[in-house]
Design a protein around this ligand. Structure first.
Ligand SMILES: [Zn+2]
Length: 435
């Protein structure tokens, strides 16, 4: 697909369904388009992009096909999509030999870049920079050794030296997507990794597997021969899952036969379902992070109690993602009701000037006792997260109190958040006491 065809395609779109934005201009003055499909203003965004490498312009057709599907049908989507159908239109013109209207200066320049290479192998932009090596992600450690303008592999004078890569990065930062998918050609492979570690890596791998399962493409590692890529930058700087998907059978050479497009379409038809599933994985991961963040706060408070020779228990009350009250155990100071939870609830009620804490959550390092569980239910707290399980062989657990309190209100209970850390602290305290 070339630039004119893209423009014609965009003109035909239903303007009630899509908004078309120009996110930047190329060196030759062409528009870099974004097609925004906003299903719901409260949804997170995703980015699907194509045509960053000139010779892989068949990927642009796939994006346009996906847009068409949304144009025609009502598809169940849990996220918004920003399509970047053609990141490198200048390069694509060169690749498709639409250079007859180039002026003499441009022709000469192109000749220097192309050297003896065939147009149809062209990957770079008009300045001979490979845009997918120009992003600010390990840019200094390029695996490609191409140090001057070339039809492929030249990373540019500095990160983001190119208008196209800059425009894409700025746009990505602006809409802050939960995922980016970059379509390339060819190999039927999916890349997701760029030196991310721990849980981020687990999350991203899981998401890559969703796409792998749906397309039948293989998941592979590129860490040793990837640098300055858009996917790399998304993983490293935006900390989001980002996939490079290599469409099409590797047995075909460039220019990739258009007759094979059917295969590509067929293997990638699960895209919207994959996005929905990826969002689930992403949200689960974010929730876990959030839980651990607030439990870490509660643990810090428990450690203060420890230093003051109190049973080390800490609690925080959270509303709208913010801590509104903090407390730790103080009962050794002559008050049987001064448990961390009671003090925190009391502080939160004062702050909100309400005895109901309907939209509040409480995080506590140890499973609450009967008194505190009663207070949590009476305050109508929405979610209770606790760390260590209490040793409650002959007494009611927090779950049982929740069920049998006789109150209409029930609190959602999640136990075992940072269980080990919370448990260790209490154990350590009692071990020291016994000495
Ligand atoms: Zn208590």
């Amino acid at each position: 697909m070339n630039y004119n065809q893209l423009q014609k395609f965009l003109k035909k779109l239903d303007k009630n369904k899509f908004s078309i934005k120009i996110i930047g201009k190329t060196w030759m003055g062409k528009n870099i388009y974004a097609v925004l499909y906003e299903k719901n203003p409260s949804f997170l965004w995703s980015i699907l992009s194509a045509g960053i490498h000139a010779r892989e312009n068949l990927s642009c057709n796939l994006i346009c096909h996906q847009i068409m599907q949304l144009n025609k049908q009502n598809i169940d989507l849990k996220c918004n999509i920003a399509f970047l159908p053609m990141i490198n239109p200048d390069g694509i013109e060169i690749c498709l030999r639409k250079t007859q209207n180039f002026n003499k200066k441009w022709q000469k320049r192109l000749k220097n870049i192309l050297k003896n290479q065939n147009n149809c192998m062209f990957k770079a932009n008009f300045r001979g920079v490979d845009l997918n090596n120009n992003f600010d992600a390990n840019w200094q450690n390029q695996y490609t050794k191409v140090a001057s303008p070339c039809s492929h592999g030249y990373y540019g004078k500095k990160p983001f030296s190119e208008k196209e890569s800059r425009a894409v990065a700025e746009f990505t930062k602006k809409i802050s997507p939960f995922i980016t998918i970059s379509y390339h050609l060819k190999g039927e492979e999916i890349y997701y990794d760029f030196f991310q570690t721990g849980r981020l890596r687990q999350r991203d791998k899981k998401i890559a597997e969703i796409f792998g399962y749906s397309t039948g493409y293989q998941i592979k590692s590129t860490e040793n021969f990837s640098s300055g890529g858009y996917k790399d930058w998304c993983v490293q700087k935006m900390k989001i899952p980002a996939l490079t998907i290599e469409l099409g059978d590797d047995n075909f050479s460039h220019p990739f036969p258009a007759t094979e497009f059917k295969q590509i379409l067929q293997k990638n038809q699960g895209i919207f379902d994959c996005l929905n599933k990826s969002l689930l994985v992403y949200n689960m991961f974010e929730e876990k992070l959030m839980e651990e963040k607030f439990m870490t706060e509660a643990l810090c408070l428990a450690k203060i109690a420890y230093k003051k020779d109190e049973v080390p228990i800490g609690a925080v009350v959270v509303k709208d993602g913010k801590i509104i009250a903090k407390a730790y155990n103080q009962r050794e100071h002559g008050d049987a009701t001064k448990h961390a939870e009671i003090i925190a609830i009391s502080k939160a009620c004062k702050k909100l000037k309400d005895f109901r804490l309907v939209d509040c959550d409480i995080y506590v390092t140890l499973e609450p006792c009967t008194m505190c569980m009663g207070a949590i239910l009476n305050a109508r707290i929405k979610n209770l997260y606790f760390g260590a399980y209490a040793n409650k062989q002959n007494v009611l657990s927090s779950e049982e109190i929740n069920e049998r309190s006789g109150l209409n209100h029930k609190t959602n209970i999640t136990g075992g958040v940072l269980k080990q850390d919370c448990e260790n602290l209490v154990k350590q305290y009692f071990a020291e006491k016994r000495k």
